[in-house]
Write a protein that binds this ligand. Structure first.
Ligand code: FAD
Length: 509
């Protein structure tokens, strides 16, 4: 098959396509599409590595993997896949493959190993520019990890405003979904914090797009699940980086008080910089990376007694200028909140330590991750607690792993983007981050189905985040009124439906 691959690209490839770029790492030039046969590999180990992801549930083998030596290699691959006689009719960008349902796979197609592009950047994968008048920004390769963005921007005293909790994932991968964390209520998701992108569309065209320049492609790609193009660069706005963070956890036994306080905290303009929430269940010691060993026994006892404890996690950033007043401001914010007296905990850490706080070891191949992430409209979050947390979760004998729950504001999202949110100004994200043995993820999948069926039956109009839908009708329902636009954009930018087949949107029944 490898020989066939080489021959195919060797003979079919003498094409020219003018693409102009002006990027710090490439210079300004027009180029011809290269011959990419040397960049394609199909040895069993390579194929196997592209047929798995963090979920470890779906396994689809591609025919080849492209290790691009340049952005042009990707354009060449896609242009070629558009040809009538192409043997590759499916192409998926793979960032860190931290999807959980095969979204970055391409059965019998070509997976593009985006991380390979890092080599061609010559250490220039994250370039900080700008000035005090017009603002600062970073030009970041789509293959760069958010971890790299943190370290490169911080070196220069800057920082993006919107993050994910975990940073060992690529910029292209999170911008294809949304990129959410405790900053989202204040600054919107990462997709709301992009000035401009370079995208190779499903037609193999290299296009620079922004809200003003090719806006249709710009909005399509943001939250677009990889359906319209491959992001090779994103321009991300920066602010001066704070030095440190006051990091707080507050524990609640009452769900209504917990959500009321979360909503109160996000309603204060210029209040907390970060706000999330999670459930503490009687399934082992609470987060030892945050709580001190001396507090753990009394927290465990509290959880045992209540079965579920809800935890608000917040942070206030500060620097030398605000150092003297931050503690006072923090106390003012906490005043009047209804956490259990004596169950408030505080740490003081560097900003980089805070943003990089979520560390996960290498993927354990004996584990699967049947995750479920939902957005829930605020008006039904109490019903969700009663029906899901207090019934389905507590009755199940499965160890739940981390369960996150925190609110955000719809007005910080842009409805022209492809990402879907519920139809209310405040909505919550809930994440069931289950870990199972590789052979028993099905039990968690059943639990996820039970949760979705409960929501459906109770009329709670949830939207899946990092969506995984089995049928075309489910996708149509997911996009609701935006389905028509989503389809039209597919026809415009990827008419042959080549890109990201692992999402199973257009190649579905
Ligand atoms: P991949 O899994 O490689 O790809 C995801 C999809 O995007 C695929 O369809 C792929 O084809 C497409 N794609 C990849 N690169 C590009 C590109 N350059 N251009 C266009 N399409 C592309 N999400 C959050 O929002 N917040 C979190 O805090 C968070 N934490 C996480 C923690 C862990 C441990 C894990 C496993 C996931 C987490 N996620 C979080 C989800 C994560 O943002 C998504 O799974 C994201 O897609 C992962 O990026 P990736 O580079 O691994 O993408």
């Amino acid at each position: 098959f490898q020989t066939l691959t080489y021959l195919f690209f060797f003979f079919s490839y003498i094409m020219t396509c003018s693409i102009s770029e002006s990027r710090p790492w490439t210079g300004n030039y027009k180029f011809q599409l290269p011959i990419i046969s040397n960049q394609l590999r199909s040895d069993p180990q390579t194929i196997q590595s592209a047929a798995t992801d963090y979920g470890n549930i779906v396994h689809q083998k591609p025919s080849a993997v492209l290790f691009p030596s340049s952005v042009q290699d990707i354009a060449a691959l896609i242009s070629n896949s558009n040809k009538q006689d192409s043997i590759y009719r499916a192409v998926a960008a793979k960032g860190r493959a931290h999807s959980v349902r095969g979204q970055a796979m391409a059965q019998q197609g070509v997976v593009v190993d985006m991380m390979e592009l890092k080599k061609s950047r010559n250490g220039q994968g994250v370039v900080v520019s700008g000035n005090a008048n017009s603002g600062f920004y970073a030009d970041v390769g789509g293959e760069q990890l958010w971890l790299d963005v943190l370290s490169e921007t911080n070196k220069r005293g800057f920082s993006p405003v919107s993050w994910t909790d975990y940073l060992n994932i690529t910029v292209g991968g999170t911008l294809s979904n949304a990129g959410i964390s405790g900053q989202t209520h204040r600054f919107g998701p990462q997709i709301s914090n992009v000035f401009e992108m370079d995208v190779i569309t499903g037609k193999g065209e290299f296009v620079t797009c922004s809200a003003k320049n090719n806006p249709e492609l710009f909005y399509a790609v943001l939250g677009g699940l990889g359906q319209f193009g491959i992001i090779t660069r994103a321009r991300i706005p920066l602010q001066p980086a704070p030095n440190r963070a006051k990091w707080v956890r507050l524990l609640y036994s009452d769900f209504a008080a917990f959500t009321k306080d979360q909503e109160q905290l996000i309603s204060i303009n210029g209040g907390v910089n970060y706000l999330e929430g999670s459930l503490l269940l009687d399934q082992g010691p609470p987060d030892p990376t945050f709580f001190s060993p001396s507090d753990i026994p009394r927290i465990s006892a509290l959880v045992k007694q209540n079965r579920i404890i809800y935890s608000i996690e917040l942070a206030m950033y500060y620097d030398d200028r605000t150092k003297a007043t931050v503690q006072e401001e923090l106390q003012a914010l906490l005043k009047g909140l209804s956490f259990i007296p004596g169950f408030n905990f505080e740490k003081d850490v560097s900003y980089v330590e805070f943003i990089g706080r979520v560390q996960i070891g290498d993927q354990n191949l004996n584990e699967a991750h049947p995750w479920l992430n939902l957005f829930i409209p605020k008006s039904r979050v109490l019903d969700f607690d009663a029906g899901v947390f207090k019934e389905i979760v507590l009755k199940s004998n499965l160890t739940q792993g981390l369960v996150l729950l925190y609110p955000m504001n719809k007005s910080k999202w842009d409805d022209r983007m492809s990402a879907m949110t519920p139809d209310e100004e405040i909505f919550y994200t809930v994440g069931f981050l289950h870990t199972s043995g590789v052979g028993d993820w099905q039990a968690f999948d059943d639990l996820n189905k039970e949760i979705l069926e409960f929501c459906d039956g109770a009329g709670i109009k949830v939207k899946q985040y990092l969506p995984n839908h089995a049928t075309k009708q489910e996708w149509i329902d997911h996009f609701g009124p935006k389905w028509g636009v989503f389809q039209e954009r597919k026809t415009s930018f990827d008419p042959r439906m080549i890109l990201s087949p692992g999402q199973r949107i257009f190649n579905n029944n």
